[in-house]
Design a protein around this ligand. Structure first.
Ligand code: GUN
Length: 280
């Protein structure tokens, strides 16, 4: 089975648009982009386009590549104070001179629709999530939409990043999976990955996951976006692994669209919670 993230996200966006229209709310997302990295600009454009589709208003703040940490934080603080803005997304990665951790901590947790603020990550790891990061939450949605059970399964995650690997572990653990997180220092990696009922790869290396690393019937989720000979490919050798896996996400059209749909859902959640004066 191919896990069609594009189709799933389209469905979710349609439902969300109707929910937003019926709510009488006017949610707004602000994006902050620093510099002119073409990939980041494309991602931010896609996010604004998704906003339009679901009737979320959006504003884009663009700062030059030489912006200081203080300047980025000043923009974030302005958005924190802006009553029109429900969600704030600072596009990553930031230029080298900008202290990413300080910028993330400057975002008000109740507007942190990326779910990267330590308060939101702490809530997620305490099994009381408010905003979970969009990529791992989108993966949970895709699994649920395809009726793939998680409870009691052994989930193996490749990559321990703060935006994907770690929150993915927390979400799967909260859903009663047994979770193993692998990283660059993991020994005998293939022995571990072959135990996975659900294998999530977020490594950022083309064709890193080969057929020999996957158990027959496993569910394989590919978070990677890599260029290989001018083509967009994931971390997984799709041609070889798809004949072994019971379900697999394609790249493109798998996890990516789910990330954007989840950002829209998080933004509407932020608007609803602010509208009813939720206490943080
Ligand atoms: N860069 C790549 N993906 C993301 C994302 O989901 N959020 C942010 N803020 N930056 C990203």
């Amino acid at each position: 089975m191919i896990l069609d993230g594009k189709a799933c996200s389209e469905q979710r966006l349609e439902i969300l648009r109707d929910e937003i229209d019926e709510s009488g709310l006017s949610p707004h997302l602000a994006t902050v982009i620093v510099g002119s990295d073409p990939a980041s600009q494309m991602y931010v454009r896609m996010k604004h386009r998704a906003c339009e589709r679901v009737h979320i208003g959006s504003v884009g703040i663009e700062l030059t590549a030489d912006a200081t940490t203080e300047k980025v934080i000043a923009s974030v603080r302005q958005l924190n104070e802006d009553p029109e803005i429900d969600g704030i997304l600072v596009q990553l990665p930031l230029p080298r001179q900008v202290e990413t951790g300080r910028v993330i901590k400057a975002v008000r947790p109740d507007k942190d629709v990326d779910g990267y603020h330590p308060v939101n990550l702490g809530l997620l790891f305490s099994a009381t999530p408010r905003f979970a990061p969009c990529t791992p939450r989108g993966i949970m949605t895709l699994l649920a939409a395809n009726r793939i059970p998680v409870a009691g399964k052994h989930a193996v995650i490749l990559g321990r990043s703060v935006d994907v690997g770690r929150p993915m572990a927390a979400l799967l653990l909260n859903a009663d999976a047994t979770v193993t997180v692998c990283h660059s220092k993991t020994r005998n990696l293939a022995d571990v990955t072959r135990q996975a009922d659900i294998l999530v790869s977020s490594v950022g290396k083309a064709h890193f996951v080969t057929a020999g690393m996957v158990k027959k019937g496993a569910v394989v989720i590919d978070v990677g976006i890599n260029q290989l000979n001018g083509k967009l490919v994931g971390d997984v050798d799709f041609a070889a692994v798809s004949s072994i896996a019971s379900a697999i996400t394609p790249v493109p059209g798998g996890v990516g669209p789910m990330t954007i749909a989840t950002l829209m859902e998080n933004t509407f959640q932020a608007a609803k919670e602010r509208a009813c004066g939720s206490v943080w």
